[in-house]
Write a protein that binds this ligand. Structure first.
Ligand code: PBG
Length: 398
């Protein structure tokens, strides 16, 4: 926390200094000491041959009853921006900590491991994870999603560790639900943390097998539900997995466990830091045979139609910022809640720019989260969840 705040203040002072010197190098006066402006504009020094916007037959500006220069314009959108209270009254969107899902990296060690490409994030021990959940909950962040770093010796092509009831995720879910029963705990459904191939599914001859993978995902989802997961979030992009997982959960009596589907998950270069965090880079090739082509927007509607028909409760777009158009398309298309994943690479970009003093971290993060809302996201998964909630509290917003 100290680190974040120090960075924020550092960035703030740098940004304002730069802006001041770049925009108004000689402006020694404060706003209140500026001389009143003669709005007739007649006391300006007269240059010869100078253009007068109020003169001539096609004058750009007119004069009002007080001889002040006047743009005869009735609609003035600035009226709705004239004060903080006015802006607050007409504001179309609002982001609150209850909109956030906070992703947490966990591992089976008794220390925390910083993630170099995600400054401020770490792989938590389970005790530390529980503290982080408690502190976030106190700030109004009530929903979490868990991502495990699994030791290499537990990784196999079939990803069987994914449904070990004593595996790290089921244990973590039980711990959180025992200590904070009112939280919403989401679990990731995909094989990549457990795969010795570094893929989201079972591999054969360099191919990622669809239906065999879904068999494993059903076992994984039921295992997570048995541990107490409130929401399972399939991030694998296999065809037909939402229906199969829904049926598997229902058959085991988990009709109340929700499915947050990664509906439009793109084969993106923005996941690099996440794969560093979990040591889950693909062992060969890429994920382009199952994740969507970044060139395609309409294709997301096919995925959305299938997921909705198969029983998804919420639809997710991933990554976030470069895919705001996809968020908007899904929002216009489906009445289901829409989630946006502000992914690891997006987090890393903001962190890096702020460390250099090039952006004001607090302002740019709160703006980014608001933009997800405006684009149509009801839910925002972000590594900034706890920090943003803290900033909102500091500003009296939650
Ligand atoms: C894998 C998974 C990934 C992310 C969430 N789940 C990476 C991938 O698809 O390779 C990325 C999240 C991030 O970058 O923050 N099932």
């Amino acid at each position: 926390m100290k680190f974040y705040l120090a960075t924020a203040f550092y960035c703030l002072s740098l940004t304002s200094t730069n802006a001041f010197s770049a925009v108004a190098p000689n402006a020694a006066k404060t706003a209140s000491s500026v001389d009143p402006v003669d709005k007739s504009m007649t006391s300006l020094p007269k240059e010869t041959d100078a253009f007068d916007p109020t003169a001539g037959e096609n004058a750009a500006l007119q004069r009002n009853n007080k001889n002040e220069v006047w743009v005869p314009q009735r609609a003035r959108p600035r009226r709705n921006r004239k004060s903080p209270a006015m802006r607050g009254m007409v504001r179309e969107n609002i982001v609150t900590p209850s909109n956030f899902i906070y992703p947490l990296f966990i591992h089976d060690e008794d220390f925390n491991q910083p993630i170099p490409s995600m400054p401020g994030c770490e792989r938590h021990s389970l005790d530390s994870m529980l503290r982080e959940v408690g502190e976030s909950y106190a700030l109004g962040v009530k929903t979490f999603v868990l991502f495990p770093k699994v030791p290499d010796e537990l990784k196999t092509n079939m990803g069987v560790e994914a449904y070990n009831p004593e595996g790290i995720v089921p244990r973590a879910v039980r711990m959180i639900k025992a200590a904070y029963p009112d939280t919403i705990v989401c679990t990731d459904v995909a094989l990549d943390p457990y795969s010795d191939q570094g893929h989201d599914g079972v591999v054969e001859d360099g191919k990622i097998l669809n239906d065999v993978t879904i068999h494993q995902l059903c076992k994984q989802a039921v295992c997570q539900a048995r541990a107490g997961a409130d929401v399972v979030a399939p991030s694998d992009m296999m065809d037909g997995r939402v229906k199969a997982i829904r049926d598997a959960l229902d058959a085991e009596g988990f009709t109340d466990v929700s499915i947050l589907s990664y509906t439009a998950k793109y084969a993106s270069a923005y996941y690099g830091p996440f794969r560093d965090a979990l040591d889950s880079h693909p062992g060969f090739g890429d994920k382009k045979t199952y994740q969507q082509d970044p060139a395609n927007g309409r294709e997301a509607l096919i995925e959305a139609a299938l997921d909705a028909a198969e029983g998804a409760d919420m639809l997710m777009v991933k990554p976030g910022m470069p895919y705001l158009d996809v968020i908007r398309r899904l929002k216009d298309y489906s009445p289901l809640p829409i989630a946006a994943y502000h992914v690891s690479g997006e987090y890393a970009m903001i962190k890096a720019a702020c460390e250099k003093g090039w952006l004001n971290e607090k302002d740019v993060v709160l703006e980014t989260l608001m933009c997800f809302k405006r684009a149509g996201a009801d839910i925002i998964l972000t590594y900034y969840a706890k920090q943003a909630a803290q900033w909102m509290k500091d500003d009296g917003l939650n």
